[in-house]
Design a protein around this ligand. Structure first.
Ligand SMILES: O=C(O)CCC(=O)C(=O)O
Ligand SMILES: [Fe+2]
Length: 278
């Protein structure tokens, strides 16, 4: 599948906004290039964490209340329609980092992984800044003022999550409960997701989520590009003009790493929006 490419460094914001509008209407997915971030050292740190023995990783096991920290293999099933309680979860392990100021974040100690926290914090801050730039382009793409998402408070203490992912690469052997996925079919929930992948294939999208049987197309890795996709909230906010596209990760037999940054609004901004629209 050939997704549109958006150049974040282009000085022609109007034409960039036009391309974003087209990409979000047609696909809900696009590549973002020239964003100025090198994610290789972040991938290295992520690999270091996931290479730790399971018992060490479990010490950072997700705090249920805050949803931050480590989540082991099969702990999660992203496909809400696969309701069988027997169904095996997704074949991936993950580590979630919430807003940097959140006290519930779990950080491996300096003795364990000396550069981990600082590398993650720097990456997090860069992604937040890219996400904010992108949201002003998305506002322009919706024929709104480029400060729109700022002015409704969406980007004031936004609800951000950086999710480091590791797919061990085992081929999902199907059992009586069905296939084991890397990440089962889902759409993201919020506003914008910025995804960095390591070049190992597996990510697929389904452009027509209401059509059955579903057709899945591979999303290729483009070196240095983020894969951007929109979440359900953006689809809803735009009355389905922009798409929140169904996607999944299939195991290919190869180990795979990715990092998803979810930029979701401040949970209170809905009230501001409602007032604005009255
Ligand atoms: O690992 C990937 O490429 C996709 C991950 C994903 O879709 C998610 O975490 O929401
Ligand atoms: Fe996703």
């Amino acid at each position: 599948m050939k997704l549109p490419v958006i150049d974040l460094s282009s000085s022609d914001r109007i034409s960039t906004a036009h391309s974003i509008r087209q990409a979000c209407t047609d696909y809900g997915f696009f590549y973002l290039i020239n964003h100025g971030v090198d994610e290789q050292t972040v991938f290295e740190q992520s690999r270091l964490f996931f290479s730790l023995p399971l018992e060490d990783k479990m010490k950072f096991s997700r705090d249920v209340a805050a949803d931050f920290g480590f989540s082991p293999l099969y702990a999660e099933n992203l496909d809400s329609s696969s309701s069988s309680s027997k169904a095996k979860g997704d074949s991936k392990e993950s580590f979630r980092i919430g807003p940097l100021q959140n006290q519930r974040n779990q950080w491996p100690s300096q003795d364990l992984l000396p550069s981990w926290r600082s590398v993650m914090e720097t990456y997090y801050a860069s992604l937040l800044s890219i996400g904010k730039k992108l949201s002003s382009l998305i506002a322009l793409a919706l024929n709104l003022d480029d400060h729109f998402f700022h002015s409704v408070g969406a980007l004031d203490n936004p609800h951000t999550i950086l999710r480091l992912l590791h797919y061990p690469g085992e081929m999902g052997d199907s059992d009586e409960d069905g296939v084991v996925y890397g990440a089962s079919a889902h759409s993201d929930y919020g506003m914008i997701t910025l995804l960095a992948t390591d070049g190992v294939p597996g990510l697929q999208v389904c452009r027509e989520k209401l059509k059955h049987p579903r057709t899945w197309e591979n999303v290729n890795h483009v070196k240095g590009a983020f894969i951007v996709n929109l979440g359900d909230l953006m689809e809803r906010w735009t009355n389905c003009l922009f798409r929140s596209t169904l996607h999944r990760v299939m195991p290919t037999g190869k180990e795979r790493y990715s990092m998803a940054f979810f930029l979701d609004p401040n949970p209170d901004c809905g009230r501001m929006l409602e007032k604005l629209l009255q």
